[in-house]
Design a protein around this ligand. Structure first.
Ligand SMILES: *Cc1c(COP(=O)(O)O)cnc(C)c1O
Length: 528
């Protein structure tokens, strides 16, 4: 019977109570150790807390000498025994139309179906054992082997950490009902402004809308030129082109993948209105040099900081380094929501005011539209999610740096041989490590061999923007961007990447590179 691969194990009240009484030397606790090692998540059901207390009282009265009678609170004991146990929320649907003789068993079964991946419910209650799967008797519990999966980013572990705040925040919004521009938006904007050091923050519906609103705020007109990098996500130039502007591409610095400021002057024309540097992979562009050029030519600077919230540059923060900056809360970004979101930052109160109007149909007051805008507001529910995530963001930023340092250490020998190039962060920068991106030759082969080993990887980005069909622009000469698009490979990067997993990633990369070298005998022969 017990062959399926499960991802979750819920202890019902009887099993949890049994665990409290039997303690850490029990068979059940050993089983849970092995479940945890296999990456199985362990839960108790919030709807059963009263039952847990009841079971616990009964067991204590009939306790045998081996049981721990000093335990007074099963909640404390559970937390102490297995701090990884999480409360699975009870929701209204768990009870609706429920006339089961054991209504809580049915509620629990329903709650377990919300979990991602298959779940078993461990029980010490014979009547529940009789119900069969998902109920499994604690004494029959054998945890099946599950090859733990390596994730490119790990939002699940992050969610486990903030579940309480998250659920409270989302439910508060459900109940107060101000789903658009609710108090959480003001609260989030104040926190983001404070964290970045930019005086004004205006939350919007995505990173793309942040860029669009910023370009609208500086009144970009058709035919106006904006200098930017071709080696970035599509939105950077898409928003310029949407307003009829013309992206003028300047090549990147091959070490940082960011705009090479030395090439900007040559790209400036009488039509140039703004420079839009991209702080790619989490490292700020050369904002001081770019600002100086812009000042000299009276241009606006908009930092595309979609990947760099949390990064620093000469001790100042990304998003507070220029007239305007835009970030993204797409779930995969360093600070991600559970859906789309973004924010504009500015030093300038009048730009801030314009941005607030633009995100809300250009309204100055209710139904009084003084300018054309967009429907670009952030949902209050997403703000609640972000407020919960912001609490752990500084700690996650430190953890990402630790992961990056460990990669640098583990990959140093490979880099020495010249078959990969590691990311370079300038001494005056700290990266928010949106991506850990290396360069390799034979990228497709390497990616495929990594995938065979269960290691996910990604390419950010496979083509410079002037090669994208929608933005096709001939006559561009950005050889470093072309080369980067052929060579870059991003490895798994998130704050919860542990040593052992990172070692496995690095070993798989080593093997992939070795066999990649092996299948090119002609090339090797030529070199010899
Ligand atoms: C993600 C990203 C965007 C767009 O942000 P969305 O929130 O997805 O609209 C823009 N620029 C860069 C560099 C990005 O990485």
């Amino acid at each position: 019977m017990i062959t399926a691969s499960i991802k979750n194990l819920v202890l019902d009240a009887s099993a949890a109570s049994f665990l409290c009484m039997q303690g850490d030397q029990s068979e059940l606790n050993r089983t849970l150790n092995s479940a945890q090692k296999k990456g199985i998540r362990i839960w108790t059901y919030a709807g059963e807390y009263a039952d847990l207390l009841r079971w616990f009282k009964v067991e204590k009265q009939h306790g045998s000498p081996s049981e721990d009678l000093s335990v007074v609170s099963p909640l404390k004991k559970l937390e102490q025994l297995r701090p990884e146990i999480q409360w699975l929320s009870a929701l209204t649907g768990d009870l609706q139309g429920n006339d089961d003789p054991d209504p809580i068993a049915l509620a629990l079964t329903r709650a377990a179906t919300r979990l991602s991946g298959q779940a078993w419910i461990a029980t010490a209650d014979q009547s529940r054992v009789q119900r069969g799967v998902p109920f499994v008797a604690v004494e029959d519990l054998v945890i099946p082997g599950l090859r733990s999966q390596i994730r490119f980013i790990d939002l699940e572990t992050q969610q486990d950490r903030i579940r309480t705040d998250l659920e409270e925040g989302i439910h508060r919004v459900l109940h107060h009902g101000r789903y658009v521009l609710g108090d959480e938006i003001d609260q989030l904007e104040a926190q983001l402004a404070e964290m970045s050091g930019a005086p004004h923050c205006i939350c919007v519906s995505s990173g793309t809308d942040a860029l669009l609103a910023a370009l609208m705020a500086i009144e970009l007109k058709p035919g106006d030129e904006v200098i930017t990098s071709p080696f970035t996500f599509f939105s950077t130039a898409e928003t310029i082109a949407l307003l009829g502007g013309v992206p003028i591409y300047v090549d990147i610095d091959p070490e940082t993948f960011n705009l090479d400021p030395g090439r900007i002057d040559a790209a400036i024309s009488p039509r140039t209105r703004a420079i839009m540097p991209v702080s790619l992979y989490g490292q700020c562009a050369e904002m001081d040099e770019i600002n100086a050029i812009a000042r000299h030519h009276t241009l606006r600077v908009i930092e595309d900081a979609a990947q760099s919230f949390g990064a620093s540059f000469h001790g100042r923060r990304s998003c507070a380094l220029s007239d305007l900056a835009c970030t993204s809360f797409f779930p995969a970004k360093p600070l991600g929501a559970y859906g789309d979101g973004g924010a504009c930052f500015t030093q300038d109160a009048s730009l801030a005011n314009r941005l607030r109007q633009i995100r809300d149909h250009g309204q100055e007051g209710r139904y009084h539209h003084t300018t054309l805008g967009i429907n670009g507001r952030l949902d209050t529910i997403q703000a609640a999610v972000l407020i919960a995530k912001l609490k752990i963001f500084p700690d996650e930023t430190v953890a990402r740096q630790r992961v990056a340092d460990r990669y640098a250490e583990l990959l140093a020998d490979l880099a020495e041989t010249g078959c990969i190039t590691l990311p370079v962060v300038r001494s005056y920068n700290t990266s928010s490590w949106a991506q850990y991106t290396i360069r390799v030759a034979d990228r497709e082969g390497i990616q495929q061999r990594l995938a065979e080993q269960g290691i996910p990887s990604a390419v950010h980005y496979p083509a410079p923007l002037y090669d994208q069909p929608a933005l096709l622009q001939s006559g561009q000469d950005c050889p470093e961007s072309d080369r980067a698009a052929r060579e870059v490979l991003s490895l798994p990067m998130h704050p919860y990447l542990d040593d052992a997993t990172q070692l496995k990633i690095v070993q798989s990369l080593q093997e992939a590179l070795a066999s990649s070298a092996g299948i090119q005998p002609e090339a090797a022969a030529q070199e010899a």
